[in-house]
Design a protein around this ligand. Structure first.
Ligand SMILES: [Cu+2]
Length: 245
C-alpha cells in the first residue's frame, strides 16, 4: 500500500487525515490484536491483522533468526502493548528484547515475534508450518504449552521460565533429568533464580547471575528431585519449583 503524509498534520502525533472524505486512514501496525481462522483458531496479529509468528529455534528471550532469515521473517516490534480487549489479561505476557544488532523486538511469553514476508494482507498466514519451524501463536495457549512445544521441536530437554512482574511464569515445572531450564527476565528490575537446595559445600545447587531486562541464564539439572528456588533480591515474594524426574 502506498503511504502518504497529510498536509494539515503539523507536528508528530497529528492524525488530522484520519477519515477525511471517508477515504483516508492512519496506517499503523503498532499494537497487537487477536485474529482467527477456522483451520488455525485464534492467533496473534498486529494492529491491522497481519499474522505474527514464532520460531521454534528461538529460545526464551533469544532470537536465532539472523541474516537472510530476518529478510524472510521481519522483526515485529511495538511499544503499544495491549491493555484493552481480548488481550488485556495477557498484557504481562508481552515483553521486549534487544537483538544482537541493537534493534528491539516484541516477545510473547519470551518468544520473539515475526512477520512473514510472503504475507501480503491481513488474514494471510502463509508462514504457518514453514520448514516445520514457524507457527502462529495461540494467545490462549498456556505458557508451559508454548515453552514445551518450543522445546520439543527445537532441541529436547530445553525449558523456558519467564520472569515478569516479580514472578516466575511457571510456579512448578516438571522436566526430565538432564534438562536445561532457561530463565529470562522481562522486568526492568534485576532478578535471578537461586536453588534452596545446597551442595555439600553449602553453595546453592544453582544460582544464576542477576539478569537485566531481556537477559537469560540457563541451568542444567541432572539429578532427579524437587528443586525449589527463589530470586535472591526478592526472596520473600518470588518462588518457584522444578521437579526433575
Ligand atoms: Cu527478583
Amino acid at each position: 500500500m502506498p503511504l502518504y503524509y497529510f498536509v494539515r498534520d503539523m507536528k508528530p502525533g497529528d492524525t488530522n487525515g484520519q477519515g477525511v472524505n471517508g477515504l483516508w486512514m492512519v496506517f499503523s501496525h503498532a499494537g497487537v490484536t487477536v485474529s482467527s481462522k477456522a483451520e488455525l483458531g485464534s492467533y496473534l496479529a498486529d494492529a491491522i491483522g497481519m499474522a505474527l509468528y514464532r520460531f521454534t529455534k528461538d529460545s526464551a528471550g533469544q532470537s536465532a533468526c539472523k541474516g537472510s532469515c530476518e529478510s524472510a521473517w521481519p522483526i515485529f516490534y511495538t511499544d503499544h502493548m495491549p491493555v484493552t480487549g481480548e488481550l488485556a489479561s495477557a498484557a504481562a505476557d508481552f515483553g521486549t528484547i534487544t537483538r544482537d544488532d541493537g534493534t528491539k523486538q516484541t516477545t510473547f511469553r519470551g518468544m520473539p515475534l515475526y512477520y512473514y514476508v510472503k504475507d501480503q494482507q491481513p488474514g494471510d498466514t502463509l508462514g504457518q508450518d514453514v520448514l516445520h519451524a514457524w507457527y502462529v501463536i495461540d494467545p490462549a495457549g498456556s505458557a508451559s504449552e508454548t515453552a514445551k512445544e518450543t522445546a520439543d521441536s527445537s532441541s529436547p530437554n530445553q525449558y523456558a521460565v519467564e520472569i515478569s512482574h516479580f514472578a516466575f511464569s511457571q510456579k512448578e515445572l516438571t522436566v526430565e533429568a538432564g534438562a536445561t531450564i532457561t530463565f529470562t527476565n522481562q522486568d526492568q528490575v534485576m532478578h535471578n533464580a537461586v536453588s534452596d537446595q545446597l551442595n555439600a559445600d553449602g553453595t546453592p545447587v544453582f544460582e544464576t547471575r542477576l539478569l537485566g531486562q531481556g537477559e537469560s541464564a540457563s541451568v542444567t539439572l541432572t539429578e532427579p528431585g524437587e528443586y525449589t528456588y527463589y530470586c535472591r533480591p526478592h526472596q520473600s515474594v518470588m518462588k518457584g519449583k522444578i521437579i526433575v524426574k
